[in-house]
Ligand binder design. Sequence first.
Ligand code: FAD
Length: 463
Amino acid sequence: MADADFDVLILGAGSGGYACALRAAQLGLKVGLVEKGNLGGTCLHVGCIPTKALLHAAEVADSARESEQFGVNATFEGIDMAGVNSYKDGVVSRLFKGLTGLIKGRGITVIEGEGRLTGPKQVTVGDTAYTGAHVVLASGSYSKSLPGLDVDGERVITSEHALRLESVPKSVIVLGGGVIGCEFASVWKSFGAEVTIIEALPRLVAVEDEASSKALERAFRKRKINFKVGTRFHSVKSTNDSVAVTVEGANGEQSVIEADLLLVAVGRGPSTAGLGYEEQGIAMERGFVLADERCRTNVEGVYAVGDIVPGLQLAHRGFQQGIFVAEEIAGLAPQPIDEAGIPRVTYSHPEIASVGLDEAKATEKYGTDGIESITYDLGGNGKSQILKTSGFVKLIRQKDGPVIGVHLVGDRVGELIGEAQLIYNWEGHAEDVAPLIHAHPTQNEALGEAHLALAGKALHAHS
Ligand code: FAD
C-alpha cells in the first residue's frame, strides 16, 4: 500500500503495542500508535508495576513486623495507605514520563482516542481514518467477572479498584486463586487484613507445577491466609459496609463468608468487542484474535500481539511479540517465540517462578520414563537462610537430555528466573550448567547446586 499514512499502524499502546512501535521506529519505519487511555496500558498503570509496588510495601511491612528475629528493634505501627499510594503512583508516573519521552523521541505519531478497525488496513478514530501498510492489533484485556456477579466498584471490586483503596480493609474475600488473586491476598495479609481465597480448581495458582502450588499453600497456611480450593462462587449480597458471599464446595455443600470487600480475580478477557475485527474478517475464537507463530492473523498484513492472542497473558510475552512483529515487518525474519520458554512469576510472599514444562506436561510429552526431576531444598542455600526464606528449586530434564522445566519457590526467586530461562532456551544440559560459577552467597547458587545434583554431583543437595 504505497499511499498508506504509516508503515505500521498499531491499535493499543500497552506492552505489546508500544514495544512494537519503539522497535519499528528504531528500524526506520513510520509508525502510528492509537491509544484511548494512557501510553503503557494495563501493565504500567493498573497491572505489573503498581501491584509490585504494593508487594514491595508489603515486604517492608513484614520486615518491620518481624524485625525482632534479625535482632532489630522496630515496631510495626500499621499501614498509611495514602503514603503507600503515593509511593506506588510515584513509581508509575516516573516510568510513564520516561515512556512518553521515548515514544516522542523516536518520532512515533501518537493518535489519541478510541480506534476501530474500519478496513483491513484502516483504523478510524473519531471522524478520521488512518491507513497503515501493516496493522497491528494490540488492544489488550479487561478484568472478567462471573454470570450474576456485578462489580460495583465499592464492595465488589476488580484489581483496578483494589489499586485505588484509600484504607486497608479489615477483611477481604478474593475470588480466584490465580496469580493476581494470590498477589493481592499476599499484600492484604501483610497489611493486616483477614483474607480468604476462593478457588474453583483443586489448588492455588493451578497453572504452575503441582509442587509449587502445594508449597505456596503451605506458606499461606502458615501466614494464616485462608483459602478454599475446589470451591465455587454461588452468589453475593452486598450491604453498605460488607459482602456476604455464598460458596459451594465440591460436595455441593454451601456456606457463607462475610467480609468488607470481595475482589473478583477470575481472569482477564480480550478487549476486542465492538472494535470491528470480526467485520473485517479477522478469525476469532471466544473473543480472542487467532494468530499464528509469526503473530499473523488470517488477514494479510494484519498482526495481533499481547493479551488478545490466546496464551499466557503476560507483559513480557506481549512485549516480545511486539518486537517480533516490528522485525518481521522490517524483513529481519526473526525467530518465532517459544511459548513454553516464557518465564512466569507470581510475586506473592513467597514467590513462585517457572519456565518450561511442569512435571505433568513433561510426563505427558515424554512419558514417565522419558524424564528425570530433582528438587533442591533452599534449606541448603546460605542466602536463603540469611533471608529466612524456605522453598526449592525443582528441575525437570529429558532423560539424558536438556533441562525442560525449572520451578522455583521462595522469597525473591523471581530474580533467578533470568538464568533459568537462558538454560531452558539454550537447551542447556545439567552437565553444562553444573560447572558454571555462581557468586556466594546468593540464591543463584541454589540453581547451580540443583544442576550439580541433576548431573549426579550433588554437594549439599537434598533430593
Ligand atoms: P494492555 O496492556 O492491556 O494494553 C492495551 C492498550 O490498548 C490499553 O492501553 C488500552 O487503553 C488500549 N486500547 C484498547 N482498545 C482500544 C481502542 N479501541 N482504541 C485505542 N486504544 C485501545 N504481567 C506480567 O508480565 N507481570 C506482572 O507482574 C503482571 N501483573 C499484573 C497485575 C495485574 C493486576 C494485571 C491486571 C495484569 C498483570 N500482568 C502482569 C499482565 C499484563 O499487564 C498484561 O499481560 C499486559 O499489559 C498485556 O499487554 P497488551 O499490550 O496486550 O495489553
